[in-house]
Design a protein around this ligand. Structure first.
Ligand code: HAM
Length: 420
């Protein structure tokens, strides 16, 4: 990974950690691969991910294992295994890491990509949906993506009370209109009719525009939940667009689903993050009925969206102080000063390449150093060094063992709080 990109990665991770912590999320790490069944059961046998996109192979023991295509199934599996939601306890978890899907690569779509996501387990109230959506929205805002360039799509997938009948209606509709649909959508009537809403084929889009909508068939409880979520979001001033055809590519969703898309920079892969509620998922793994919901966002797509919006990723200075070697000054002393600064919590750098003093100053500039310590033989002889403020160009003599505190004072204590 290029260092500029790696730095952006760190920025995205740091921003997420800071924001998610404010909402009470704790980190969770799950394995990069799981028994294949974890994904087939959780994500759904008839989804594109399971049918076409998983990296599945047999290990030496003859077990079928799969590189994780997403994080939710693993997190719920882990929460159940480690009893994180025993007796109705609520668990708030976040994760970041690589995911793997065998998709046709294109801009914003990779076979190995990074996701960061949160999962809130044990929360059934609509305030939880609004909170989770607000974390995603605020995250992109915190990164500097202009709200006007984002579109939050919202829908409800219903639940066991209202979806089966609706699903039957869509299946009948597809059978009726299969002549106008692509071959795959025609076949979907039995296994996964709602996926036809997601087909990008213009003919299918045209036909599905006339298909019955779940919005009109939600049961009372799902409809009440959905309007409460919308009310909470409106109360937060988070703009959303109702998209009754948003179905998302995973089968575990019940009720709320959402996606944030951006207008520029991504072409057809314009969803930078998405998620929803999955109140039945823990039961799929044999656990007790436990509501849950969450989202995941893609790092690569988020970076593309930031670039398209002209948002620069702040690069932290790599050194606060550069300790320069001067001809004739003992190497050991320069080395010791740099080390003492680091021990005191100051980010310090020195030359290891025998550069001239001029070249060292240039290097100090490149690293973003606020100060250069000039340890010339004359100064060292009287136990002092020169401290040059690279901003004001002011130079002061300070005792050799007082560099750290002089720098600390000049930085207003910032270096210690940064590095302690
Ligand atoms: P997903 O919509 O499949 O949801 O993926 C979430 C995000 O990951 C997408 O919005 C996109 O930014 C990114 N992404 C997905 N596939 C690729 C790819 N091939 N290349 C680059 N980026 C990609 C989930 O994965 C659910 N687990 C989200 C969730 C969490 N639902 C509930 N909790």
């Amino acid at each position: 990974m290029l260092s500029g990109v790696a730095q952006a990665w760190e920025h995205l991770q740091r921003t997420a950690q800071e924001l998610f912590a404010r909402y009470g999320y704790e980190p969770v790490y799950t394995p990069l691969f799981e028994h294949t069944e974890v994904f087939t059961r959780g994500i759904g046998e008839a989804t594109d991910i399971v049918l076409k996109e998983m990296y599945t192979f047999e290990d030496k023991g003859g077990r079928s294992i799969t590189l994780r295509p997403e994080g939710t199934a693993s997190v719920v599996r882990a929460a159940l295994e480690h009893n994180l939601t025993a007796n109705g306890t609520q668990a708030k978890l976040y994760y970041a890491g690589p995911m793997f899907r065998y998709e046709r690569p294109q801009k914003g779509r990779m076979r190995q990509f990074w996701q960061i996501g949160i999962e809130l387990l044990g929360a059934a109230e609509p305030t939880a949906d609004a909170e989770v959506i607000s974390v995603l929205w605020r995250y992109f805002e915190a990164l500097g993506i202009p709200p006007a360039s984002m579109r939050l799509l919202l829908n409800s997938m219903g639940d066991d009370a209202c979806r089966p009948a609706y699903r039957g209606k869509v299946a009948a509709f597809i059978r009726d209109r299969s002549g106008g649909l692509c071959e795959e959508c025609g076949r979907r009537a039995d296994a996964n009719p709602l996926r036809a809403f997601d087909c990008k084929n213009p003919a299918c889009v045209g036909v599905m525009a006339e298909a019955p909508l779940l919005r009109d068939e939600l049961c009372g409880a799902c409809a009440a939940h959905h309007s409460a979520v919308k009310e909470r979001l409106a109360g937060l001033g988070i703009p959303f667009v109702e998209d009754p055809r948003l179905v998302r590519g995973l089968d575990y969703y019940t009720r709320t689903v959402f996606e944030i898309q951006v207008e520029a920079g991504l072409g057809s892969q314009n969803a930078i993050g998405g998620g929803g509620r999955y109140d039945r998922l823990m039961q799929e793994y044999g656990g007790p009925a436990t509501p849950g919901l969450g989202f995941a966002l893609g790092f690569e797509r988020t970076l593309l969206a930031m670039q398209a919006a002209g948002v620069a990723v702040p690069a932290p200075p790599r050194a606060e102080v550069y300790v320069a070697r001067v001809e004739g000054s003992p190497d050991g002393t320069v080395f010791a000063i740099a080390q003492a600064l680091r021990d005191a919590g100051v980010a310090a750098e020195m030359d290891h390449q025998g550069r001239s003093l001029k070249a060292q100053f240039k290097q100090a500039d490149r690293l973003g150093a606020r100060f250069v310590v000039i340890a010339g033989p004359g100064e060292l002889e009287v136990g002092e060094v020169t401290l040059r403020d690279m901003g004001t160009k002011e130079e002061t003599r300070v005792p050799m063992d007082g560099v750290a505190s002089a720098v600390d004072t000049a930085l207003g204590g910032r270096s210690r709080t940064l590095h302690a």
